[in-house]
Design a protein around this ligand. Sequence first.
Ligand SMILES: [Fe+2]
Length: 299
Amino acid sequence: MISAATPEDQRALAQLTTPCGQDGSGRLRYSAAMHFNRKGMLSDAALEAYRMCSPYDAEDPAGLLRSNGLEREIPKVSDLPGDMAIRLLVEEVERYFAGMNTPGIAEVRAGLSRWQSAPVTPARSPANAVIEKWLPFALDQLGKTHPALARAISLANPHLHWLTFDGYPVEEVGAEFATGHAYASIFGEEAGANIPAVDWDMGLFLIPPDVLYRDHKHQAPELYAPLTGPHGWRFGADRPLTILPAHKPVWNDAFVPHLTKVGPVPFLCLYCWTKDVHAGAEIVPASDWDALENLRLKA
Ligand SMILES: [Fe+2]
């Protein structure tokens, strides 16, 4: 019987239950099965089922286990401890960034490798209405193409510290956005993480469908890696929108104005500020916010 008492076991259990369909997941499940087989927690017959399924990322070993009378060896994802859930999310994010070729990605990955071994103290945030209402929808969308990343976010979610930013004057940022967004820093001062002050910040950002995040700029260079789409963007006040699909990253150099018009699905992204995170942000005036706030993008 599989039990996950140690951090290594918890990591292996998360890998053993990696959702089917994710690239490389067959091999990941098999390697985790070997871990538990070596520890006497998984039978040779069950290990053989994982071996047979390992070349096929979409093949769920549970079917083979069931047909071989090995139901009791089908693993269940227990509630992972918060620090482990966050670490697994960071590992999944690393895998996601590893396949990305975009300006700024080197700085993002360098920062992530610097901080990923820092101690993490998970922080449960008060219930956030935006997250409760829209995160499941966003993760459904993400799960269609990136099931392991969607599951990692879902497992980490209870241990993330979601905030609704209140640093912009409401009359500048607009009432809809002022309450219509939430972000959770994973590494950074607001993460609730027990790490020293760092001039670097990475986390998740969510905005409900159709909301406009008005033109703004900041000194911090920033990567947005949208996990859903399509959404509208522009990089200068009063310019036309560019519609970008999910997984098309956006890099904003220091002080480049940018705007996001959320499409018909919630905007969920990984964000990373690679330096100057304390310099703040400001709204950049434009003349067409009313029209953009009333605009409805199509899927
Ligand atoms: Fe920004």
